[in-house]
Design a protein around this ligand. Structure first.
Ligand code: KIV
Ligand code: ZN
Length: 524
């Protein structure tokens, strides 16, 4: 099939912080989003979709902070074809200057027109043109997405795409919103779009945005590239709505490993892939399955004797990629209680953390506390230490004293909390188990009761003295908060996770009072 855009470079548009964050239970706070954005910059993605600014004050603040602090990639915000959305988005991406992009979207399929928008084709075209033109009054770089494009009549899709290009769109993104497409058909859709819309071959970039409902997001994206698309919208670890989005690491490594088949390249610094994957997993609490391609714990592990023998003879017998190329190194620098601040700072830097000098003392104290309990402190311990606990300072509740009795007696917990120099409690409570009793005792002290919706525990480091990481999803009033806590003691890890969720809730509640909320509303 004829290639419609001849450039050999595929743009990587990362939407971990927008579509990825829409994954149930994966929401992140400002600090975490900035951490991910810095890692995406190191990864050298071309565009960061940083959020949907009208959706919430937190989203707005995050897009604006990323647009202010991240200096290399383009910074994009999402907006419906509504003037308040576009204005809010323009304000949020404003600090990025010429690197700012507004991404406007409007559904085009018959299903969405009839049931969601209740609008005729002609109205959709009018709204799309108006949205693009209005966005163009703020920035030059405008992306338009016909939502549910893969279920849109191809001739109407071409009509919409032609209209938005005439209105000023510089990138057209073709989403497979519900992950319905199959590779041959999706490839054909892209090829035919180039045939129906001659303007696409004259400097407009075509992206694709595939969801993974049938496990085909990467295959569909690659097929689109083979048919002329030059942008892949993707997320770290394939995070995203429902079954997720196209996985960045899989798409990028497929294009690289099979450059012979695709004949294109990306600008991604693949050695940063593993670090990005681990960071996003930690910050969202979304565990990466062991056998996940590229970044799973088993991706480069060889178990069977025949495979091990082959590997020892020559690694290419059973490996098509080198682990080093995705940032997985065989060696680990082991830190322990004798390590000084310099060693810790160097390791934090290698792991991608930017630590403010004011926070360093606290982090070092925690590191020494952990090193006292564990013989060796591994990279995973440090990552847990960085993300497992709230570092926002004296306004956060922390454990001052914790005692649980369990076994054949009714599980009981006694807890005392502190906040800076202030001490609260003690309070005691009973529960079905020691963790439930301890959560109840915390609620008695704080008087901000939370409902535990989800609880999981994972050993994140090696050895008998491994760090256990607890992830909790807690409802406080209307708010759902996901948080983690790590410790070599699982009851303590649970208490930390629960307190982190409470601290985050209280912190965000305080913040949202400072920023005027914007209603999210429905699409037009
Ligand atoms: O899946 C989708 O259609 C989207 C659009 C906003 C691009 O996320
Ligand atoms: Zn999407």
């Amino acid at each position: 099939m004829k290639t419609k855009q001849d450039q050999k470079r595929v743009v990587i548009f990362d939407t971990t912080l927008r579509d990825g964050e829409q994954c149930p239970g994966a929401s992140m706070g400002l600090k975490e989003k900035l951490e991910v954005a810095r890692q995406l910059e190191r990864l050298n993605v071309d565009i960061i979709e940083a959020g949907f600014p009208i959706a919430s004050p937190g989203d707005f603040e995050a897009v604006q902070a990323i647009a202010t602090q991240i200096k290399k990639p383009r910074i994009c915000g999402l907006a419906r074809c509504l003037n308040p959305d576009i204005e809010r988005c323009a304000e949020a991406v404003g600090p990025a200057g010429k690197r700012g992009r507004i991404h406007v979207f409007l559904a085009t399929s018959a299903i969405h027109r009839q049931y969601k928008l209740k609008k005729a084709k002609s109205e959709i075209i009018k709204l799309a043109i108006a949205g693009v033109k209005y966005a163009k009054t703020f920035v030059d770089d405008i992306q338009f997405s016909p939502e549910d494009a893969s279920r849109t009549e191809p001739d109407f899709l071409a009509e919409v795409v032609t209209a938005v290009i005439e209105a000023g769109a510089t990138t057209v993104n073709i989403p497979d919103t519900v992950g319905y497409a199959v590779p041959n058909e999706f490839g054909r859709l892209i090829a035919e779009l180039f045939e129906r819309v001659p303007a696409l071959s004259k400097g407009v970039v075509v992206h694709v945005h595939c969801h993974n409902d049938l496990g085909l997001a990467v295959a569909n994206s690659l097929m689109a590239v083979q048919n002329g698309a030059r942008g892949i919208e993707c997320t770290i670890n394939g995070l995203g709505e429902r079954a997720g989005n196209c996985s960045l690491e899989e798409a990028v490594m497929a294009l690289r490993t099979r450059a012979d088949a695709f004949g294109v390249s990306t600008g991604i610094n693949t050695r940063e892939i593993f670090r990005a994957s681990r960071m996003v997993s930690k910050l969202t609490g979304m565990v990466v399955q062991r056998n996940k391609a590229i970044v799973g714990a088993n991706a480069f592990a060889h178990e069977s004797g025949i495979h091990q023998h082959g590997m020892l003879s020559h690694r290419t017998t059973y490996e098509i990629m080198r682990p080093e190329d995705v940032g997985i190194s065989g060696s680990e620098l082991v830190l322990g209680k004798h390590s000084g601040r310099h060693g810790l700072i160097a390791r934090l830097k290698q792991l991608g953390y930017t630590v403010a000098p004011a926070e360093l003392g606290k982090i070092y104290d925690r590191f020494i506390e952990l090193a006292d309990k564990k013989k060796n402190v591994y990279d995973d311990d440090i990552v847990s230490l960085m993300h497992g606990e709230d570092l926002h300072g004296p306004q956060s509740f922390a454990i001052d004293y914790l005692h649980v009795s369990t076994g054949t007696v009714l599980p009981t917990a006694t807890v005392r909390l502190k906040k800076g120099a202030e001490v609260f409690g003690p309070a005691s409570a009973c529960g079905d188990g020691p963790v439930a009793a301890m959560f109840k005792a915390i609620d008695l002290i704080t008087q901000v009761p939370g409902t535990l919706l989800d609880y999981s525990i994972q050993a994140v480091t090696k050895g008998e003295d491994a760090v256990g990481e607890v992830s909790v999803t807690v409802r406080f009033g209307e708010a759902l908060v996901v948080a983690k806590g790590a410790s070599t003691d699982i009851v303590e890890a649970s208490a930390k996770a629960y307190l982190n969720s409470l601290n985050r809730y209280l912190f965000e509640k305080g913040q949202s009072k400072k920023i005027k909320a914007q209603p999210r509303g429905d699409q037009p």
